[in-house]
Design a protein around this ligand. Structure first.
Ligand SMILES: *[C@@H]1O[C@H](CO)[C@@H](O)[C@H](O)[C@H]1NC(C)=O
Ligand SMILES: *[C@@H]1O[C@H](CO)[C@@H](O)[C@H](O)[C@H]1NC(C)=O
Ligand SMILES: *[C@@H]1O[C@H](CO)[C@@H](O)[C@H](O)[C@H]1NC(C)=O
Ligand SMILES: *[C@@H]1O[C@H](CO)[C@@H](O)[C@H](O)[C@H]1NC(C)=O
Ligand SMILES: *[C@@H]1O[C@H](CO)[C@@H](O)[C@H](O)[C@H]1NC(C)=O
Length: 330
């Protein structure tokens, strides 16, 4: 229990005498001179703010190791040979880089519950973290590759998290075809398309608060077939012309937004969901700019119910353009 250590610490601070067998202070090895190992709290070792550049040696009895506010540059595997009892490892505000953390450094810390690594120079989450970990703090680093080494990941459900910005690039996921970011707090600026893997087939970003999209938002994703953006705050103004007029798209779900017009879409689109918007007119030109024998829309499903139009608003010449539509719901 991680709070046990905390209460001992409180005890020590308030100066209460803690009755301990003196032998316990030295079991498992000596305390290095540069650190403090209070006799009243033998499972803790304080080495914070000592100007250390390397990991100190430490006795195996230590459970709570305080190393913050130093200039430690590396945690080699060999530094952790006595670390079998560690419960807290506090390393924030150092100079650690990902390359300088041993592949097995944390592997054997089977009881580690708390690992503080914030304010270092890490570029990836350390590999082989113990499964016992409950509290991992790693903010204020340079992490780009959260999913480093997951080259073969094809499906990623990240929905219902607290993802806000996409500066943590997902681009390294070269094989990713399905990305579900629904139910987060995502906004989409001009940098976002760059941060996403190019080979996406399915992009689901429903239930966010997206009100606008950057120019050419979908242009980079040449394999994209399914785009679901229902339940956002999209307005006509927030959508640059031809954002959704991209060939290859099969399904586009823009239902439950704030659109007043039908956005132009490609003739190759099969399913378009626009229900529960504020659409006031049926613009045939959004589906077909030309109609002739070979130029017509492949649209099969069109949902327009829950808008401000009725069946009479659909012009009769629509049947030429939308000649494959089997379901038009108004
Ligand atoms: C491990 O503990 C031994 C004493 O048992 C000590 O001599 C040694 O320096 C310690 N090693 C490290 C890396 O902490
Ligand atoms: C960590 O990053 C800081 C600021 O970018 C830099 O000054 C420092 O040299 C880096 N340290 C290491 C060990 O890379
Ligand atoms: C990814 O898949 C390829 C081909 O199946 C395989 O050779 C490679 O080892 C896999 N990569 C990983 C990290 O498992
Ligand atoms: C979609 O874009 C193509 C050119 O890429 C253009 O010819 C067509 O008219 C556009 N469709 C609509 C409905 O604006
Ligand atoms: C219309 O069809 C002709 C062939 O009949 C084709 O060359 C042209 O690109 C088509 N136009 C559009 C906008 O799809």
């Amino acid at each position: 229990n991680s709070w046990q250590g905390f209460s001992f610490f409180q005890c020590f601070l308030s100066g209460s005498p803690v009755d301990k067998d003196p032998k316990e202070y030295t079991t498992g090895g000596e305390c290095p001179d540069v650190c403090d190992c209070p006799p009243t709290f033998p499972s803790a070792m304080y080495c914070d703010g000592r100007g250390l550049t390397t990991m100190p040696t430490f006795p195996s009895r230590v459970k709570y190791l305080y190393l913050q506010n130093n200039a430690i540059t590396a945690v080699p595997d060999s530094a952790m040979v006595n670390a079998t009892n560690l419960v807290w490892l506090i390393l924030h505000n150092n100079q650690l880089t990902s390359e300088a953390i041993g592949k097995k450094a944390f592997l054997k810390l089977e009881g580690l519950e708390r690992l503080y690594l914030q304010h270092n120079n890490l570029t990836s989450v350390p590999p082989n973290l113990p499964r016992s970990l409950r509290d991992l703090r790693i903010s204020h680093n340079k992490i780009e590759k959260v999913f480093q080494g997951m080259d073969n990941l094809t499906i990623l459900y990240l929905h219902d998290n607290a993802v806000t910005d996409m500066s943590t690039s997902l681009k390294a996921l070269k094989s990713l075809t399905l990305l579900d970011l629904s139910g987060n707090n995502i906004f989409i600026d001009a940098q976002v398309p760059e941060a996403l893997p190019e080979g996406l087939h399915q992009l689901y970003i429903e239930f966010n608060s997206i009100d606008s999209l950057p120019e050419g938002f979908l242009g980079r994703f040449t394999q994209l077939q399914y785009v679901r953006m229902a339940h956002n705050q999209l307005t006509d103004k927030g959508i640059p012309p031809n954002t959704f007029n991209v060939t290859g798209l099969v399904e586009l779900d823009l239902s439950f937004n704030k659109l007043e017009r039908i956005p132009p879409v490609s003739t190759t689109l099969h399913h378009l969901y626009l229900q529960a918007n504020q659409i006031k007119e049926f613009t045939l030109g959004s589906f077909c700019s030309i109609v002739d024998v070979t130029n017509f829309s492949k649209l099969q499903t069109l949902r327009l119910d829950g808008n401000e139009i009725s069946r009479q608003d659909i012009p009769s010449e629509s049947s030429l353009c939308l000649r494959q539509a089997s379901t038009i719901k108004v």
